[in-house]
Write a protein that binds this ligand. Structure first.
Ligand code: HEC
Length: 438
């Protein structure tokens, strides 16, 4: 019974959308009947008062003036923010719009953006407040708060928060609660083990804008690229609007060693008003000893050199896996000159595959891509990350098109970092069941 209802619901809009290009039914597309349900499902999470979207898209009068901009944003796939080429890979956190919905929004804008009959409007969405994953075991965050200025570009801020953990903990799920969702564009949460030189000068709770490079351990180095693992600063999780939580599969968890600090890397957007942000993270510990530890490593090419003015400069990072790896997440990272990014693999048997292709990289959206099925890469697989950079004056946000650009942590320097979340077996007996252990 249920199955049939589902199919029926699915087929109906497809027919409508197909018809909309050719027949007069495009003229019948209305806000109330066709557009509002799409905005509710895909846009209002961010486009409502108090959230990051620059304008609300709740009502007809909210949306009407934006009809053309909405069409452009969805046709060019800038909105909702999701930049993976659908030809490669399936992702559990894919928020991209179905083509039929793109067509409906475009048809609405093209046919006079009509309101239709208010009786057709769907019920307004009641957005969940509070923790989406339920109450976490521990909450940690910016208790003193960070004062976000009213205007200007705000440098990334690094804020250290001691965990106070007296034993090792296995984190099974984490959820971020931005203090003020209007100003938090993204957040990367680093783990700093006790004694690590990473951010060693940071005082708890005192924001610092400029990072300092930390020593990394190399897992593999092939000359054209290397896999790096960090001694201290591992990434525990990332927050983007619309992507506020992460739960690892049963039996998998991230390790937080006793005495570790969290370091919040905050990317704020000014909104015209000074606000005090108190973002925090909720951690839920594994109930049983995990079988696999999720560790974040990254592939890099630190020899990159992007010539002044180059509009489409390609850099590769190529490494051969020294061990089997089960990949549970990908996170391509470049800075403001980043243009496009790909992960390609060549298996030991010679087969090749594109794992992820991001044809239009957006520095402002630091997105993670979680594969719907873990990607198993046997030892000997060659992983190639390829990045393209635009150092021309046409590149939006390019701080200086007249200089050659090299590797560096600062956003005016560049990076080629292809992060991989890798599941690694935990040695039996290495853990205890309460989420503690060694
Ligand atoms: C994850 C949060 C998020 C979601 C979901 C989202 N938006 Fe946005 N939208 C933003 C932010 C933030 C901006 C400001 C530009 C930027 O940061 O990229 C924006 C900008 C826009 C703009 C451009 C406004 C301008 O100034 O020109 C349009 C149009 C838009 N969004 C429409 C949509 C539509 C339509 C959807 C759903 C199909 C959608 N957005 C979904 C966050 C979101």
């Amino acid at each position: 019974m249920r199955v049939w209802t589902h199919i029926l619901v699915l087929t109906l809009p497809v027919t409508l959308a197909a018809a909309s290009k050719t027949s007069p039914s495009a003229k019948n597309v209305t806000f109330a009947k066709d557009v509002a349900p799409i905005l509710q499902k895909n846009c209002q999470g961010c486009h409502r008062p108090g959230q990051i979207g620059p304008m609300p898209l709740l009502t007809y009068s909210d949306a009407r003036p934006w009809a053309k901009a909405i069409k452009e944003a969805v046709v060019l796939k800038r909105m909702p923010p999701w930049f993976a080429d659908p030809a490669h890979g399936k992702w559990s956190n894919d928020v991209s719009l179905a083509q039929k919905d793109v067509d409906t929004l475009a048809a609405w804008a093209d046919s006079g953006a009509k309101e239709g009959n208010p009786k057709d409007l769907p019920k307004p969405v009641a957005f969940a407040e509070g923790w989406l994953l339920g109450k976490p075991d521990v909450e940690l965050g910016l208790t003193k708060g960070f004062e976000v200025p009213a205007s200007g570009t705000i440098d990334y801020q690094y804020i250290k928060v001691p965990t106070g953990f007296t034993e090792d903990k296995w984190v099974q799920a984490l959820e971020f609660r931005p203090g003020d969702p209007k100003v938090v564009h993204h957040l990367v949460l680093f783990l700093r083990e006790p004694g690590s030189p990473f951010m060693a000068r940071l005082e708890p709770g005192v924001p610092m804008p400029a990072p300092n490079s930390a020593p990394r351990r190399q897992v593999a180095d092939d000359g054209v690229g290397r896999i790096e693992s960090t001694n201290g600063p591992e990434i525990l999780g990332t927050y983007t609007p619309g992507g506020s939580w992460q739960r690892f599969e049963p039996g998998q968890a991230k390790l937080v060693k006793a005495g570790s600090d969290l370091v919040f890397q905050m990317h704020y957007t000014a909104t015209g008003k000074v606000t005090l942000d108190r973002s925090r993270v909720g951690l839920t510990f594994a109930k049983e000893s995990p079988k696999e530890r999720i560790k974040t490593v990254f592939i890099s090419n630190r020899k990159l050199l992007i010539p002044a003015g180059a509009a489409n400069h390609r850099v590769d990072a190529r490494v051969t896996l020294p061990m089997d790896a089960t990949v549970t997440g990908l996170f391509p990272h470049m800075h403001v000159r980043g243009k496009a990014f790909e992960y390609n693999v060549t298996y030991p048997d010679g087969r090749t595959e594109t794992l992820l292709k991001v044809p239009n990289y957006e520095f402002n959206w630091q997105l993670s891509y979680y594969p719907a099925q873990p990607i198993r890469l046997p030892k000997g697989t060659q992983i190639e990350c390829t990045a393209w950079y635009d150092n021309s004056p046409n590149k939006k946000g390019n701080p200086d098109a007249t200089v050659d650009v090299r590797w560096g942590d600062q956003s005016w320097e560049e990076m080629l970092a292809g992060f991989l979340d890798v599941a690694m077996p935990v040695a039996p007996g290495a853990t205890v069941s309460t989420g503690g252990g060694k």
